[in-house]
Design a protein around this ligand. Structure first.
Ligand SMILES: NC(=O)c1ccc[n+]([C@@H]2O[C@H](COP(=O)([O-])OP(=O)(O)OC[C@H]3O[C@@H](n4cnc5c(N)ncnc54)[C@H](OP(=O)(O)O)[C@@H]3O)[C@@H](O)[C@H]2O)c1
Length: 321
């Protein structure tokens, strides 16, 4: 671990935005919210962001709903604004509310204040459900378009609500439209369905992609994995024998392979064609270092990837939450 320095980070292009982003991005939401959900102090969370920047991560994803924008703002103040790519998001305002367009505009402006910046690189509509999509496109996307003209938002994005929509219904619809420069998509070794349903479309339109849920609970907590395997067996999405096996994913961490299951899980996503940057969410500097180390390693052995396709290639009903 001592040899991990920023100069080893690898960078890629975030689709048609042309932004150069690290292949590992720091996710400031999820179950950790930089540690704010697990009892860390603000200073400790700021340290996680600073450490990420020191290790070469230049992509930071946050959201109004996470409560971590202020932390990102404080942690990035000493960094040249053009040295960091910041994405943030807002849940769709209630369409029946007083002034949903105004609420979105005010939301963006408040995000800018909390982030202490004049613009965000990517502004996402957050966790859009399939039934919300048409409203988001008709009413909210034009507001973001105007904010882009004003220079407050550089690129427009939409993120899926992967827990209730593990089949990517919203994104499949969104990718028919041309206004989204970047999408955030759920992808992991248990639910690989974005490979057929999302990435061919993002690649055809050169839309940038950020990956979420690489590890989540399923691949960081063995008891949770067992529950998910039972759910998949009950829904006929895996071979029932997998639930009886003592260590279904043990082959990924055999001697000389990945150190841990989370490490294997991040590495698996890192090399998925069509996925530009893999977000890692953590409140722990140690986990951050481990995860960056894993993400910068060579691909998992081909035979292991093929085995994962055989085991889970049909799965599209769980997110791994
Ligand atoms: N719809 C949306 O827009 C949406 C939804 C979900 C997420 N996101 C974005 O995507 C990002 C990534 O999602 P996520 O944070 O859920 O992702 P993740 O990176 O797949 O999983 C993070 C979870 O795994 C644990 N973990 C991380 N590294 C570990 C390690 N080395 N060993 C053991 N446990 C480890 C973390 O806990 P520790 O704190 O203990 O490390 C945390 O509970 C979010 O932060 C957010 O920015 C967006």
């Amino acid at each position: 671990m001592a040899s991990l320095h920023g100069e080893y980070m690898q960078y890629t292009t975030l689709g048609r935005t042309g932004l150069k982003v690290s292949v590992a991005g720091l996710g400031c939401g999820g179950h950790s919210r930089l540690g704010q959900k697990t009892g860390k102090t603000e200073q400790e969370s700021i340290s996680v962001v600073r450490q990420a920047l020191d290790l070469g991560i230049n992509l930071i994803d946050t959201a109004e709903a996470y409560g971590t924008e202020r932390i990102v703002g404080k942690a990035t103040q000493d960094v040249g604004r053009d040295q960091v790519v910041i994405s943030t998001k807002k849940l769709c305002p209630d369409p029946e509310g007083n002034d949903p367009s105004g609420e979105l505009r005010r939301g963006v402006e408040h995000s800018l204040k909390r982030l202490q910046t004049d613009y965000v690189d990517v502004f996402y509509l957050h966790g859009v459900r399939p039934k919300q999509y048409q409203y988001a496109y008709d009413t909210l996307a034009p507001v973001l378009g105007r904010l882009r003209e004003e220079g407050k938002v550089r690129f427009l994005g939409v993120t899926e609500a992967f827990i209730p929509d593990p089949q990517h219904a919203m994104l499949k619809r969104a990718l028919e439209d041309d206004c989204w420069d970047v999408v955030m998509v759920g992808f992991n070794l248990l639910n690989q369905s974005a490979r057929q349903r999302v990435f061919p479309h993002t690649q055809a339109k050169n839309i940038g992609t950020m990956g979420m849920f690489a590890v989540r609970n399923a691949l960081s907590r063995p008891a949770h994995l067992k529950k998910i395997l039972a759910e998949l067996r009950d829904k006929n999405q895996i071979d029932p024998a997998l639930c009886e096996a003592p260590d279904v994913l043990g082959f990924l961490t055999d001697t000389g392979k990945a150190e841990t299951l989370p490490a294997a899980a991040y590495r698996y996503c890192r090399y998925e064609p069509g996925l530009d940057s893999v977000l890692t969410g953590t409140g722990s500097v140690e986990h951050l270092k481990e995860n960056i180390t894993a993400l910068l390693k060579e691909p998992l052995p081909l035979a292991d990837c093929e085995r994962l396709t055989t085991l889970f290639g049909q799965v599209d009903c769980v997110s791994g939450n």
